[in-house]
Design a protein around this ligand. Structure first.
Ligand code: ATP
Ligand code: MG
Length: 416
């Protein structure tokens, strides 16, 4: 019987590879422009890291983690997100001793046991940024602007930016009290998980995806009415910097985001279908994971959702796998010559292809056409004796005669 991939996972097939490469290369380029360097951390971590770093009251920890005991009976979890592992590595490798800020990015697979649907997988991929060491609002704006620049370079137009401020440990307790007071009357109608959140982290209830909870929280008090002066000033400054960069945003007091650790600024970049990018400031997380007191801000961007958006907007992505020259051959000597020529051209990065299927000349040309070869040529006794190569441009049938041994000349015709 045929074995299938596990539910919620996807193969990246060769015909789609160019899309991934294009997106990844663009993101790496933008990262470089912003002085952000790559970090790679393991696919799995001690479960404890996520309990502490993501938060006990989050959907991720409560329902979505791939957790198992390894043969040494340690509790291990496949990365559900990239922030906690990056913070762990930052602390463990003492990167906080270097000149700050530390700007890091990663491209990683993430694992979450989710209800599979459009744009919601069990293994998906994230590009993420984490910047450590700066508490300044300009850094929040820089991180947001990096995300916006990446989307702009990819040509995406349908996405909009929503921002909010979640307050800090100084002002949030007051808000939590107000929220609890509001929710109290409807406590019985909250879902089971939200009942447990009510005491531990009532704000989390605002992010619940259950219909009944959504209904209840519709007219709940909003955090922006409760934030302290420091948070308010910070928010005003972030907005001022975004305005200076001419980045359009909407203030959405309803967003709280799925993770427990956020303080002050949070943001989402979304379209009608889903959130493509989400992030914010998390000034308490480094301490929480055992590091020094140090502010931080970052985001995670879902690559599957990004590519789905590119496809939906019908944005043309440059292809990379077109064969530039198909070299057909008549006879054994010609076949060897074609093989050698292809090898020489490939050494110069020319994408050349030859016959490995025992095809007839006619079938070879049909195949060359099918794979979209830009030029074709046929080597035979005549060509070998006279050292000539007749390159045929498939788009218009025009022929170019070149010296078989002059690789530079061949290359220049192919590039013309
Ligand atoms: P959502 O509200 O859609 O569940 P989230 O708040 O759980 O998202 P984050 O943890 O902030 O998402 O992850 C950042 C980004 O990663 C999301 O904006 C999204 O693009 C992507 N992402 C998250 N979960 C999935 C998933 N199960 N499948 C595909 N992409 C995902
Ligand atoms: Mg989620």
């Amino acid at each position: 019987m045929e074995i299938q991939a596990p539910k919620g996972t996807k193969d990246m097939l060769p015909q789609d590879a160019y899309k991934w490469h294009y997106v990844e290369e663009t993101l790496r380029k933008v990262s470089k422009a912003f002085g952000v360097r790559e970090i790679r951390t393991p696919i799995f971590e001690h479960t404890e890291l996520f309990l502490r770093g993501v938060g006990e009251t989050t959907d991720i920890v409560q329902k979505e983690m791939y957790t198992f005991n390894d043969k040494g009976d340690r509790s291990i979890t496949l990365k559900p997100e990239g922030t906690a592992p990056t913070v762990r590595a930052f602390i463990e490798n003492r990167l906080f001793n270097e000149a700050q800020p530390t700007k890091l990015y990663y491209m990683i697979p993430c694992f979450r046991y989710e209800n599979v649907q459009k744009g919601r997988l069990r293994q998906f991929h994230q590009y993420g940024i984490e910047v450590f060491g700066s508490k300044e609002p300009s850094m929040d704006a820089e991180v947001i602007s990096l995300a916006m620049e990446a989307l702009k370079r990819l040509g995406l137009k349908s996405l909009s930016l929503n921002i909010n401020n979640l307050g800090c440990p100084k002002c949030r307790p007051k808000y939590n009290e107000a929220l609890k007071k509001y929710l109290q009357d409807n406590y019985d109608n909250l879902c089971g998980i939200c009942k447990t959140r009510f005491e531990k982290n009532p704000m989390r209830i605002l992010d619940c995806k259950e219909k009944s909870c959504k209904e209840i929280t519709k007219s709940a008090p909003i955090i922006l009415d409760y934030i302290c002066e420091e948070c308010d000033t910070h928010f005003t400054e972030v907005k001022r910097y975004l305005d200076a960069l001419d980045i359009k945003y909407t203030i959405d007091p309803g967003i709280v985001r799925g993770l427990d650790y956020y303080t002050k600024t949070i943001f989402e970049i979304l379209n009608d279908d889903f959130t493509v990018c989400g992030g914010g400031r998390y000034d308490k997380l480094i301490e929480e994971i055992g590091g020094p007191e140090m502010p931080a801000v970052g985001f995670g961007m879902g690559l599957e959702r990004l590519i789905m958006t590119l496809e939906k907007e019908e944005i043309e992505i440059p292809r990379e796998d077109t064969i530039e020259l198909y070299i057909g051959a008549r006879g054994e000597d010609a076949k060897t010559a074609a093989f050698v020529l292809a090898n020489k051209l490939r050494a110069k990065d020319v994408k050349a292809e030859v016959n490995h299927m025992g095809r007839s000349i006619k079938a070879e040309m049909k195949y060359a056409n099918k794979i979209g070869a830009v030029f074709t040529t046929i080597l035979g006794d005549d060509e070998l004796q006279n050292n000539v190569l007749k390159l045929k441009r498939m788009s218009d049938g025009e022929q170019f005669e070149v010296n078989l041994n002059n690789i530079d000349e061949i290359e220049s015709v192919l590039n013309s």
